[in-house]
Design a protein around this ligand. Sequence first.
Ligand code: ADP
Ligand code: MG
Length: 573
Amino acid sequence: MSNRTQTRSNGRPQSRSDNAREANFQAGRALSELIRTTLGPKGMDKMITTDEGEILVTNNGSSILNRIDVRHPAASVIAELAHQQNERVSDGTTTVVVLAGELLSNAERLIETGVHPTKITRGYSLAASRAVETLEENTVTVDPENETHLRDVCTTVITGRWDEPSKNFLADRAIETLEAVRDGRSVNLEKVTRKSLPGGSYYDSRVVFGLAIDVAESSTTFVSPDEYLPNVFEPATVAIVDGQLTIESAKGQGTVSVTSPEQLAEFREHEQETYRTYADVIAGTGADVVFCQKSIDDPVRYLLARNGVLAVERTRRDELHELERTTGARAVANVTELSSDDTGVAKRIEREPVGSTELAIVTAEEPSDGTDGQTGADHVSLILRGGTEHVAEETKRIVDDCLLVLKLVIEEGSVLPGGGAIEMEIARELREYAPTLAGHEQLAVEAFGDALETIPRTIAESAGMDPIDAIAELRTRHGNGSSSVGIDATDSSIRDTTQAGVIEPLSIKKQAIAGAMEAATVLIRIDDVITASRKDDHHDASHDHDHDHGPGGFVESTGGLPWAVGHSQGHSH
Ligand code: ADP
Ligand code: MG
C-alpha cells in the first residue's frame, strides 16, 4: 500500500494505523459484499468451484463461507462469526455477516470524519443493547399448538431453497417429527435420528416412529436367508452382540494354515461346529432379531434364518446403544456369553426396502407404567431421500434447520416479524435513542441503525423492488407506529410480515446483532494493536509486548481479495 502520504478528508495525515484499519475493514466488507446478494427468499445463487472440480450452486450463506478459503485474518474473524452463528442458532449466517460488514463500512465513514474508534465501539455497544431490548419488546406470542405458525416458522427459515410445495412438504415432516418429541414446551431432539438415503425423490422422505437401522449394509451375501424370514416380527425379542460372528473371533487369530487334506476336513468341521454354536446360542435365547456391531459370516446368517432369526450385521455403535435403550436388551461382547437375560423386546420390527438398502424399523413397547422416556418409546427416525446423495444431504440439512428453529420457537414461545420489519423498527428506535447520548457516540448509534436497514434494503432489492422507495415507505410506516411492517418477498409487497407468516425466532436475531457488533468491535479495535506491534515501527518500540496478539502482517497481506476460492484465485492482484 503506497498511500501513506495521502491526507484524509478531516485534514489528518493518513497514518500506518489508518492503512492497517482500512485493510481490515476492506477484508470484512469484501466477505460481506460477497454473500450479501444471497440474503432472503429471492436471493441469488453463488457457484463455487473447488480444486477437486466439485461444483456447488447455493444461496446459503453458511455453505458458501464454509467452502471458501478465507486468507485474510480480518476476513477470518467474520467467517468465524458466521460459523459461531450457525453453531449456536443454526440460522442467520448471511444476516450476521452482512451486518458486520455494514458496521465496518459505517465505522470507516465515521473515522474519516474524525470520530475516534473507541467512541464508535462504545456507541455500537450501546446500540446493540438497545436493539436487543427492542427485539424483546416486539416479540409475538406463538401458539405451539398452531400448525400454521409452526409451518410459517419453517418456511421462513428454509427461505430461498427449493420451491414452495417442497418446502411445505419438508416443513410438515419436521413438524410431524417435532410433535413426537415435544413435551409441552420442551423439545428433546436427542430422540430424533436422521438418515439421508439417496435414491427416490425427496417426496419419499418420511417419519417413522422408532429406530430405523440399516439391514442390508453388506452385499457379499451369497445365500439369501430371506425366504425363511418374515417381514414383520411382532413383538420382537432382540439380542445385541457388540462384536463379531465370524470364525476369527472364535480362534483368536487371523489366519489358519492347512497343510493336508485331513486337516482341511478337520478345519471345515470345526468351522461348521463353531457356526452352529453361534446360531444355537442366539436362537436359544429366544431372539427374533440379532444386531451385531461387526460382521457376521454367511453360514451363521443362514443357520439363524433357518431358525427364523434375522441377523443384522455392522450396526453402528450409537444405534446399538439406542437399541439397548429402546428394547432393554444388553449388548454382550462375546456371543458365547449371551443368555436370555440379555435380550430385550420391541413392540415390532419391520423390514422395509428403501432405495438400494433395507431398513429394520424398530418400534418400542409402550411404557407399561405410563411414564415417558426410559424405554425410548418416543424415538423418531427421519428417513430423508433425494435423487442423488447431494440432494438427500440437502434434504437432511433443510429438515435439520426446521427442527432447530422449531425447537427455538417452541421453547421461547415467541417469534419476531421477519422480512426486515424488526430491523426497521430497531433503526427507528435507535434514531430516537441517539440524541440522548453525547455527540460522537450518537453518530455511532445512528450508524448502527443504518447498518440494520441494509437487511430490508437487500431483501427489497432482490425481490425486484426499488430499495430506496421501499426503505422510505418502511420508515414512514414505522414512524406511524406499524412496528411489524416489512418486505414480503413472495409478492414484493410491503406489509405486516407477522400476518404474512414471515416470522423467525428471537434468539437468531439476538445472536446476529450481538455477534455482528462484537466482530466489528474486534476489528475496529485491532487496529491500535497492530500499529503498536509492528516490527519495523521504531517510533513506538515500547509496545513490543503486544506481539502476542498475532503476526504483524495484516497490512501487507491484502494486495488483492482477502478470500479465494480453492487455490486457483489465491493471489489475485
Ligand atoms: P440468513 O443466512 O441470515 O438466514 P437468509 O437468506 O436465510 O439469510 O434470509 C433470511 C432473511 O430473509 C430474514 O431476514 C427473513 O426474515 C427473510 N425472509 C424469509 N422469508 C421471507 C419472505 N417471504 N419475505 C421477505 N423476507 C423473508
Ligand atoms: Mg436463513
